[in-house]
Each structure stands twice: as structure tokens, then as C-alpha cells.
Design a protein around this ligand. Structure first.
Ligand code: THU
Length: 163
């Protein structure tokens, strides 16, 4: 039989609240929540904030920036990665906390990065040769911790395919 069933699974940590995190991680989540104030999201009313800790000790912030021409808008995660690449070239990112403030509803479930941002996170990990840890939350409630952002993108397309 020429058939094999592939199987994929990954583990992540689920914390009941920011209070169950280490002080360092709790700080990152608190800053991501604050960064939602920097978002420009008049079309979706969905304000996303991201806050990264670099290996070197530096920090970078990101937020979503929308546009009247909708596809021009950029997610908080990719805004953050673009800033990191300019401000701290080639420095690995240790962790990124991501949060959101939903002006249309509650913000108590962890936000998961969109597919395009997962692809961008993968590229950044490859570029600086280090996995990125993700801390996902809303303005309150549970926090999910994912140790390698690449685990959110099974069977991904990457530069290897171009060789
Ligand atoms: N958005 C982000 O910034 N990050 C995500 O992980 C999901 C979605 C933004 C894009 C758009 O400005 C708004 O949230 C609604 O989709």
C-alpha cells in the first residue's frame, strides 16, 4: 500500500490569567495590551497590539494600521517585524506578546495570528535563526504560550522550496 497517514500535533501552555505568568512574561503581555492604543483601526474597530523582547534586551512595539483601501492595512505582528528589522537588524526576537481590544465586543479570548503573519513570523525565525515564542491573549482572561511560532504553520511554504 502506498498510503501513509500524516499526523501533526503541537503543545502549548494555557494560563488562566496574566497573574499566572512569570513577571517578565506578564510585563510583555501588559505592554502588548497597552500597545492596542497605538492601533489605527477605524474600519474593523479591532485594535491589535504586539510587544517583542529581543535577545539583546531591546523591545519593539507594533500595532495594526488600517487603510481606506482595505488591503493596504497591515497587521500588528508584521508592523512589529518590520520595525524590528530596521531598529535592530539581525537581532533575534525572543518573545512576542500579542493582544487586542475589540471595540465591537469582548476581548477575553487569546488572539491567534492570521495566516499571513504566521508566514512572516516563520521567515523572521529563519532569517535570524531562532524560534520566536508567542504569548497570546486578549485584554483579560487566558494567555496561551507557544514556544515556536513555526508550530502554527504545519507543512509551510518556505525558502527551501525555491532552491
Ligand atoms: N489583525 C492583526 O493586526 N493581527 C492579527 O493577528 C489578526 C488581525 C488586524 C488586521 C485588521 O486591521 C484587524 O485586525 C481586523 O482583521
Amino acid at each position: 500500500m502506498g498510503l501513509t497517514i500524516g499526523k501533526y500535533s503541537f503543545e502549548y501552555e494555557e494560563y488562566d490569567s496574566i497573574e499566572d505568568l512569570s513577571p517578565e512574561d506578564a510585563h510583555l503581555v501588559a505592554e502588548a495590551r497597552k500597545a492596542t492604543k497605538l492601533a489605527y483601526a477605524p474600519y474593523s474597530n479591532f485594535l491589535v497590539g504586539a510587544y517583542a523582547a529581543l535577545n539583546s534586551g531591546g523591545f519593539v512595539v507594533g500595532s495594526n494600521q488600517e487603510n481606506a483601501s482595505y488591503p493596504v492595512g497591515i497587521c500588528a505582528e508584521r508592523a512589529l517585524l518590520a520595525s524590528a528589522a530596521q531598529l535592530f537588524p539581525n537581532e533575534p526576537i525572543n518573545s512576542i506578546a500579542i493582544s487586542y481590544h475589540n471595540l465591537n465586543g469582548v476581548s477575553n479570548k487569546p488572539l491567534s495570528p492570521c495566516g499571513m503573519c504566521r508566514q512572516a513570523l516563520q521567515e523572521y525565525e529563519g532569517r535570524v535563526n531562532q524560534p520566536i515564542r508567542l504569548l497570546l491573549s486578549g485584554m483579560e482572561g487566558k494567555v496561551f504560550v507557544i514556544n515556536h511560532s513555526i508550530s502554527l504553520l504545519p507543512l509551510s511554504f518556505s525558502a527551501i522550496a525555491l532552491k
